[in-house]
Design a protein. Structure first.
Lengths: 113, 409
């Protein structure tokens, strides 16, 4: 089995979907999470608060430097992630496809070492 | 049978069997390479073995086992691979049928996996199944050898790290994945056939290799009419390859080609395949394109039939290039004016064929100045020497005719 990171990329600009649409997305995601657990593929999954809530920590000499905001400023940010166990890439891509359909957002699939 | 022939025919099979046995593409490639090197040394002395492919596979397998045994002394992971391989090889003495065919099919689907970049799919397929060297593939695609080598290393690294599977896709995914495989084979063929530049010998190799892969797919998946359609399409195009240029390397358009120079054997085989796949009643883009090529081998061409086939093709796969080709047929049925109206709005300004078709229609309509401009635009879009020469000659013709007609009182 290989572990894969599924990253959900969200546009920084643009309108938030209406509440009923968000409720639908949440319901679909809950169903995928349940299926992941039922299949024994579940490791972890969750959504992230926006990039404005991020803090970057750097160790320099003996000091620790904190900066406000995300490490990378971009047109998209990491909106959520899932870690899944899969037999091979095709199986991981199958989960990614379901996340992409549920969120209508692009999903990046990357194996762990 | 020479070693070179065995190499071309059996390299893919040998690599495929070893990838399954050892689960490692690099190891499989290297050991098959070494087995052929041993053959080069031994066969001239001992004679060619009765089953050359089996000999290569057995020799490569022994080399792989030797290497894993040596390396297992210092590496637990290699020891694991060795255990896996030995448990396989005990019950698996070089199978020649069913499972071997499946191995090559598995390898094609791995090489053409949609998670790999399209250029990497083509390169891997040629390298692993065709046995072309990195240098040959680089020359064919006009990139530096180091770039091609890096592309191959990166693709093989991704197959390993991301665990791109080594198997034929499940039924639900098969149609889409097969389309991807056929697209890679057709791309190899077109690169050899239409030649955007480069060494002509390597390009012949690409055409042969694409047809060999096409035959392999038909052999392995006889119930897929699109695989048959693609093979027929390539055979019918290859049949006319010789006649496409004259003795001086100049391009000869289809209507003026000497039909005696067509390869009658390939034409007959291609036409038989078209009939066979269309009988199944599951038409697809390759089958319809092959049917169009088959109509072109009739004397004279039934242009109304060609238009009808392009209508079918556009219903299944509406591409501007297909619309352009349909317009060429419309010109023969309804005249150049109707065709030009269809061509003008197509978004193909970067394609030399678009400008060449427009130029020809304008010439037939007596609009010589515009035709000359269109030929010039076509020349600007291609780097192929034979095509440039052909288009320049046409441009000179319409310019001369244009001058004569405009100087008339």
């Amino acid at each position: 089995m290989t572990r894969y990171l599924l990253s959900v990329y969200q546009p920084s600009t643009g309108e938030r979907p209406p509440p009923e649409r968000l409720a639908r997305i949440d319901a679909d995601l809950a169903e995928i999470h349940a299926d992941l657990q039922a299949k024994g593929s579940w490791v972890f999954a969750g959504g992230l608060a926006g990039p404005s809530t991020a803090t970057v920590v750097r160790a320099q000499d003996d000091e620790v430097l904190l900066t406000d905001g995300p490490f990378l400023e971009g047109k998209e940010y990491l909106g959520g992630l899932a870690v899944v166990e899969a037999e091979d890439l095709d199986e991981a891509l199958g989960w990614a496809r379901r996340f992409a359909e549920a969120t209508t957002l692009p999903i990046e699939v990357q194996p762990f070492l | 049978m020479t070693i070179a022939q065995v190499f071309r025919e059996e390299h893919g099979r040998a690599v495929a069997v070893l990838v399954r046995a050892f689960g490692d593409i690099d190891l499989a490639e290297e050991c098959v390479q070494e087995a052929f090197a041993t053959a080069v040394a031994r066969w001239p002395v001992d004679g060619v073995p009765a089953a050359p492919a089996g000999w290569i596979i057995t020799t490569a397998r022994h080399k792989a086992l030797d290497r894993l045994r040596r390396e297992s002394v210092r590496d637990d992971r290699q020891a694991e691979a060795l255990r896996l391989a030995e448990s396989h090889s005990g019950r698996d003495p070089v199978p020649e049928e069913g499972p071997v065919l499946d191995d090559r099919l598995r390898l094609i689907f791995t090489c053409c996996h949609p998670a790999l970049a399209p250029s990497a799919r083509v390169a891997l397929t040629l390298r692993l199944l065709g046995g072309l060297t990195t240098a040959e593939i680089a020359r064919a695609f006009l990139v530096p050898e180091a770039t091609m080598a890096q592309r191959l290393v990166r693709a093989k690294g991704k197959i390993k790290a991301a665990r791109i599977p080594y198997r034929v896709p499940h039924d639900a995914d098969l149609p889409e994945r097969l389309r991807g495989v056929l697209a890679v084979v057709y791309l190899v063929f077109n690169e050899g056939y239409t030649a955007s530049g480069g060494d002509s010998l390597v390009r012949d190799d690409l055409c042969h290799e694409a047809i060999r892969l096409g035959r392999l797919l038909v052999e392995l998946m006889p119930d897929e009419p699109e695989a048959v359609g693609l093979l027929a399409l390539m055979l019918l195009a290859a049949a006319r390859r010789e006649a496409r240029t004259d003795g001086d390397g100049r391009l000869v358009p289809l209507p003026s080609q000497d039909r005696a120079r067509w390869d009658a054997g390939l034409v007959a085989e291609g036409r038989d395949l078209v009939r066979a796949c269309l009988r199944r009643g599951r038409p697809g883009p390759y089958q319809i394109q092959a049917a169009i090529q088959a109509v072109h081998t009739d004397e004279p061409t039934d242009w109304a039939q060609v238009v009808a086939l392009y209508d079918q093709l556009l219903a299944l796969a509406p591409t501007p290039v297909a619309a352009l080709n349909r317009a060429v047929a419309v010109a023969e049925v309804e005249g150049p004016s109707a065709a030009l109206a269809l061509v003008e709005p197509l978004p193909l300004e970067r394609l030399h064929v678009y400008h060449a078709v427009r130029a020809d229609l304008l010439r037939r309509l007596g609009r010589f100045t515009e035709a000359a401009d269109a030929y010039a635009a076509a020349v600007a879009c291609t780097s192929n020497a034979a095509e440039v020469a052909f288009l320049e000659a046409r441009r000179a013709d319409v310019t001369a005719v244009g001058r004569r007609t405009s100087s008339r009182p």
